[in-house]
Design a protein around this ligand. Structure first.
Ligand code: B16
Ligand code: MG
Length: 212
């Protein structure tokens, strides 16, 4: 159930900015280099999942096995391609309604934070010029346990000094919804209700919150 929101914690990829397509392109390029195809449907399994775990899933899809050293090499290769793509990231790739909604709730005194698995979070926020919209940023560089572990959201709540029960998480991935619920927070899914069944509520995008 969603209670009075004292803090809003936003996932980054797929909630604030449309970077999922660049992750997809980079993983597809890697799959191609390894000799197999990787579809958009396969890509759904990687949303919200850490880089290393994503590679494991990709290899499972392509029925390939690599040693640890090779895995490091390929994960780095994928990241280099991804970083190359997001160098061109433009503010028009911020998802609809995001900046207006964040401004609106901040004016009401609601704290805001990022809770993302991505180690590229600082680069993305810098490219988009939106770092100042968040009281705290917790990303894959700061936590050791990936979603669905609640660590990323609990750390964000601790940094902004709001109890988990008064936080609401906005997430596009199933693993992130599970992490939010395990943290004792409210969870709003962004996307299709069928794939985010555990969420307290599901909306198509942040823009919908401006017309509710
Ligand atoms: P990186 P989020 C997640 O970000 C993405 O959804 C996921 O596809 C990606 O593998 C993960 O970050 C790690 O990203 O390789 O940039 O460290 O949705 O939690 O903001
Ligand atoms: Mg996401």
């Amino acid at each position: 159930m969603i209670r009075e929101m004292q803090a809003a914690i936003f996932d980054l990829d797929g909630v604030i900015v449309d970077t999922a397509k660049y992750h997809y392109l980079a993983w597809k390029r890697l799959a191609y280099a390894l000799g197999f195809d990787f579809t958009e449907r396969d890509n759904e399994r990687l949303k919200g999942v850490s880089r290393q775990h994503s590679l494991e899933i990709l290899l499972e899809i392509g029925q390939q096995s690599l040693n640890e050293e090779e895995k490091q090499t390929y994960a780095a290769m994928k990241n280099d391609w991804y970083v190359e793509y997001i160098q061109q990231l433009h503010t028009n790739e911020i998802l609809p309604g995001v900046t207006d909604y964040i401004e609106k709730i901040r004016n009401r005194g609601v704290k805001t934070a990022i809770g993302s698995a991505s180690k590229n979070t600082p680069l993305i926020l810098e490219r988009l010029g939106i770092r100042k919209m968040f009281d705290s940023v917790v990303d894959g560089n700061k936590v050791s346990k990936a979603k669905p572990d609640p660590e990323v959201f609990l750390r964000a709540a601790a940094e902004i000094k709001v109890i988990p029960q008064a936080c609401v998480v906005f997430e596009d991935a199933e693993a992130g919804i599970e992490a939010a619920l395990r943290a004792g927070m409210g969870a709003v899914g962004i996307g299709r209700p069928a794939s985010l069944i555990e969420a307290d509520a599901v909306i198509e995008g942040i823009w919908q919150l401006l017309i509710l």
